[in-house]
Write a protein of this length. Structure first.
Lengths: 402, 402
DNA sequence: TCCATCTGTTCGGCGATCGACCTAAGTCAC
DNA sequence: GTGACTTAGGTCGATCGCCGAACAGATGGA
């Protein structure tokens, strides 16, 4: 079973399966041999072979000739996603860093690199850097540029997903309406999918760590606070693509002023920047969320208390979202999740106190299991799922045939 | 253009369209003639005719022979959903009422009836009443029982949609895990779809009043407060089917005790029952939400002020949900929406103060446009969309052919 | 060694779809 | 009016894709 094991967003459709659908079945791990496919889809074995042959001919599938696991008859030949030539890129653009990862089609990392880079330098500079880095990674992994199938990009601001353009991103001056997909189409000739960074982190978390869940919230507690939403196995982006913007939801009973002009915003109460500022006011050496983490790890009482209270504030808001959205899994990530003992205790405490029993009955609240390149991998997953979508695969086969 | 005019949840898929898909196109209003279908799907005109002929033969489609609207050539024959023999039922079970509506396949009401009936009488008594009522309505509308295609049911509590069974419904004693679909399958031989009443009201509102929107929240402010969620044109039910349960989200700065054991719950602050109780404490004659409405309409100052404040409380919570979910339309309905001038003013005030500009930029907050039988119609729509789903239609044609 | 069992391939048959051709039924220019 | 033009829809042979039966391959077990 591969990375996308049993828990594809939805079990691929089964009736009158096209070649692309067959590939989805193989990729999902629900079938391993031609005979499996015939049994599951109801297609004739001859038809299945035809589909599989086409997939093999175009390099989508590999046949593992050896080892069958016979059950008293001719041993089957195992099929699996071919990971040879193809690759995708996942790009994680942060406020002050840029991470680029080259992944094979199973999601495994072939090569990756992180550099400090200010997003405020603007699209030309930042994307130019990505372009150079990606070429370097392709060389490092010994892949031809043509092997690149698609590119996923996570950016720290709201994006109109269908066009891949940032819309009024607060911390990305110069990026408003910049056509990121066109930039990559011109350079690499492939489709680029652009999404909010928290969204792609949620995607990575669901696909890699919780493949069996279909309703997941990923809360990122870093400098600010955001939320990625997986509904029915797919990313929920909302009407304008700004869904999950929970940093300015008001926390009950708090009047902390926020840079947005309101007061009591979750971000102003529990965001890493706010905690650092308040610790600095106490005379401690803290300028950012990572300083807060350092202080907590060193056992500083004020920092521990503050993070715990931040967890409660997050939990207070989250309790409402759990009632509203009814997820089965909540994942807490971001820089502050590095001290998740303290943070999660506060979150759990508040959620279980305020949410309905029906909603919390099977609810899991867990720390993020994906590492620091979650965003890059999530962006890569976006690219993989585009490149291997049944539609896309069928188009590729039809184009090659015609 | 029919009830489901331009704004079906998603434009029906177009590639290699089956007969069911063709029907979906006709129903959505995106095509009106055979030639339209051929143009839109890319199918050969002969194939289209074959599909349409089958649909006509089985009574799904009618051909409007007259009037074409020629554009210089032979005038086309218009196609439309046949509303002749078929019908569906929509059942709205409330705490103390039962409404049954008989609808044709466009969603038009053929006959309907409402009776006072306590849901606490239990499933046998209540569903027995529905059965009798439905037979009476079929007779009234001069329809044979076999013309019934499906039944939709809205109940005032959480439901596991796939099985149609209520789960721990607080105000429905005796209904926990009761197999409602089986009851109707035994009596009428058709599929019954059971959902929460607020969900079906949201569905009715979206399909009838806001067909072009895909992300809608329907807030019902009645005795309690609940929310129906339309995401990407479909009902969002969450992991356990309890999504939208916003009555016990905490309102900032309020410590009103709630029957759930917590304090400051939205329902305890702004629910009709809570308002009535507080008005009664002021010496006014108020026992329920309808009394509150009466007092507001008669111009009672305390009642007006209280409803306005309730609107603010709803808006306070809604502001957070808008940031999180990013809908393009919010509809406020329920008994208290009868005085929506006061209620909506409070809601809008709070939402526009607390929500992000990006999320509120194109956000509409409007009173419900559907009347008091919204739930019954919404339940009926659930039934219609099941009966006319491409899968279901294809199955029906295949069964008749075989 | 031979049979049962399971996998995968080959190939003829069949049904669905296509598309060329034809008829129907209107508009428009003159 | 009349005929050219345009668009809608039907008819029918050709074609393509899928099915399924027969066959070949490859193993375990009697």
């Amino acid at each position: 079973m591969g990375l996308y094991g049993d828990g594809m967003p939805t079990a691929p459709d089964v009736s009158s399966a096209s070649a692309g659908d067959v590939l989805a079945l193989i990729r999902s791990g629900s079938v391993e041999t031609r005979a499996d496919i015939a049994r599951l889809t109801g297609l004739a074995r001859s038809t299945v072979s035809q589909r599989v042959d086409a997939l093999i001919a175009h390099g989508f599938v590999d046949e593992d000739n050896a080892d069958g696991g016979s059950t008293g008859g001719r041993p089957p030949r195992r099929l699996q996603l071919r990971t040879g030539e193809h690759a995708v890129a996942g790009v994680d653009l942060g406020a002050s860093h840029c991470r680029v990862a080259l992944l094979d089609l199973t999601g495994a990392t072939l090569a990756q690199r992180e550099d400090p880079l200010s997003i405020a330098d603007g699209p030309q500079a930042v994307l130019g850097h990505v372009e150079k880095t990606l070429h370097a990674l392709l060389k490092e992994a010994d892949h031809a540029p043509q092997s690149l199938q698609a590119i996923g990009v996570g950016v720290p601001g709201p994006v109109e997903f269908t066009t891949g353009r940032p819309v009024d991103p607060p911390i990305m001056p110069g990026w408003h309406q910049y056509p990121i997909p066109e930039f990559f189409a011109d350079r690499f000739g492939v489709r680029a999918l652009v999404d909010n960074d928290v969204n792609v982190m949620a995607l990575a978390e669901q696909r890699l760590a919780f493949p069996e869940t279909r309703y997941l919230l990923y809360i990122k507690v870093g400098t600010g606070i955001g939320c990625g939403i997986i509904a029915d196995g797919r990313l929920h982006r909302g009407a304008q693509g700004s869904a999950g913007d929970i940093g300015h939801i008001r926390v009950a009973d708090d009047t902390e002023p926020c840079r947005c002009g309101n007061s009591g915003c979750l971000e102003a109460v529990a965001g890493g920047a706010a905690l650092a500022r308040r610790l600095a006011e106490l005379g401690l050496d803290a300028a950012s969320g990572s300083d807060v983490v350092r202080l907590v790890k060193s056992g500083n009482r004020d920092a521990v208390r503050m993070v715990r209270e931040a967890g409660r504030a997050v939990g207070e808001v989250l309790a409402g979202l759990v009632n509203f959205f009814n997820p089965d899994t909540v994942v807490v990530g971001g820089a502050l999740a590095a001290v998740h003992d303290q943070l999660l205790a506060g979150v759990r405490e508040a959620v279980y106190r305020r949410s309905h029993p029906l909603a919390t009955h099977v609810l899991r609240i867990e720390p993020s299991r994906t590492g620091e390149n979650a965003a890059a991998i999530g962006a890569g997953i976006l690219a993989i799922e585009h490149a291997l979508s049944p539609d896309q695969v069928d188009r590729a086969l039809a184009a090659a045939a015609g």
